[in-house]
Design a protein around this ligand. Structure first.
Ligand code: PMP
Ligand code: GLN
Length: 378
């Protein structure tokens, strides 16, 4: 067959997790917690099943969950979405992102992504028959380069994809940057797809600046989140999209023929759990403690930690330790040292290599400790 995605192989996350299993390495590669979720959450889902919530929910998602999400966004970000017309429950953020792109981008149009970017963005744009336009975040600081973004906008640009807190670099957009983006997009017809899956993992007293906080952005934005990240259930694959009604109507046209809807008991359970006193409130402190534990340990190794203001990822500079490419270093580290990591070159279109690899610290302290002991051998 002729490939729809000729340049695509198996994702780096699958590859590195398989290598980690093969070599019994501590897996700090693929981003997922090695601890379980709150038992109250599994109890809520079990109860939903036992109460008979086992048939199709409405196409847009269980009403109670959409209402809970709208209430959360209003409480945190001050923007009221209509739960009926403006929130949809998705099969994780991955399906949300693809569906959003398919919904608003025509074949031949251009979509701007900011490199390094999460690995599903570009293939999703290609699946829509559109053209990905890669603009680099400022090397080193990974701040948005507004002059470069402005220069990349053409009459064919339909959509800009942003991601804060940012995978893989852990940077968090500032208010000034969000305002600058709002000004930059104001005279254009460019829509915004804002990947906010790490919205509840922001550290050092910083705020998550959701696109929904900024009226000029909210009016053109589809905002994506994922319960997998927030509640330590990456395997559940339940996420959400919030967008103005006209955009959401287009989103749902695709969604209804893409997955139609998402499993009922988890939605009902999540709705009940979200109604409890805001379970996500403790998340920043929880992950900040893990970040600090991991960074303190890294200080006793020859790896140089870069800044990390959000997400559960810590990038490190490996140049004092190895001259290997990031990809070769990660393979070697997994096989010989017993710790798996992700090369950040996998997040660049051209494989740009800057001697920087990513560790996931969503792990029990004992797991992080074991990895750190191994990294001390470097
Ligand atoms: N966007 C980013 C930035 C991510 O890191 C992830 C998870 N790895 C996703 C989207 C996909 O989330 P989900 O597992 O909910 O599909
Ligand atoms: N988002 C996770 C990460 O960045 C991985 C998810 C996946 O394996 N596709 O590590």
């Amino acid at each position: 067959v002729t490939s729809r995605l000729p340049e695509v192989g198996t994702t780096i996350f699958t590859t590195m997790s398989a290598l980690a299993v093969q070599h019994k390495a501590v897996n700090l590669g693929q981003g997922f917690p090695d601890f379980d979720c709150d038992p109250a959450l599994t109890a809520a889902v079990t109860e939903a099943m036992q109460q008979g919530h086992n048939q199709y929910p409405p196409m847009a998602g269980a009403a109670a969950l959409r209402e809970a999400v709208a209430a959360k966004i209003e409480a945190l970000y001050g923007h009221r979405y209509d739960a009926t017309a403006e929130i949809t429950v998705t099969a994780g953020a991955t399906q949300a992102l693809l569906t959003a792109i398919l919904a608003v981008v025509q074949p031949g149009e251009e979509v701007i992504v900011l490199d390094p970017c999460y690995d599903c963005y570009v293939p999703s744009i290609q699946m829509a028959g559109a053209k990905p336009v890669r603009v680099q975040l400022t090397p080193g600081s990974f701040r948005p380069d507004f002059a470069a973004i402005a220069a990349a906008i053409t009459p064919r640009t339909r959509l800009l994809l942003i991601n804060s807190p940012h995978n893989p670099t852990g940077t968090v957009w500032t208010e000034a940057e969000m305002l600058q983006l709002q000004d930059l997009l104001a005279p254009t017809n460019v829509l915004l797809l804002s990947d906010e899956v790490y919205e509840h993992m922001v550290f050092d007293g910083k705020k998550h600046l959701s696109a929904s906080r900024f009226p000029g952005l909210a009016a053109r934005a589809m905002v994506v989140s994922s319960f997998g990240k927030t509640f330590h259930v990456t395997g559940w694959k339940v996420g959400t999209v919030a967008a103005p009604a006209a955009l959401m109507a287009e989103f749902r046209k695709i969604h209804q023929f893409n997955v139609f809807t998402v499993n009922t008991p988890m939605q009902v359970g999540l709705a009940q759990y979200l109604g409890n006193p805001a379970p996500y409130i403790e998340l920043p402190a929880f992950y900040q403690a893990k970040r600090d534990f991991f960074r303190a340990g890294l200080a006793t190794t020859r790896l140089k930690p870069m800044d990390c203001s959000g997400t559960y990822f810590q990038t490190v500079d490996i140049s004092a330790v190895s001259q290997l490419s990031e990809a070769d270093f990660c393979a070697w580290l997994t096989q010989e040292i017993g710790v798996a990591a992700i090369p950040t070159s996998a997040f660049y279109g051209d494989g740009f290599d800057q001697s920087m690899v990513r560790f996931c610290f969503a792990k029990q302290d004992s797991t992080l400790q074991l990895a750190l002991e191994r990294l001390q051998k470097l």
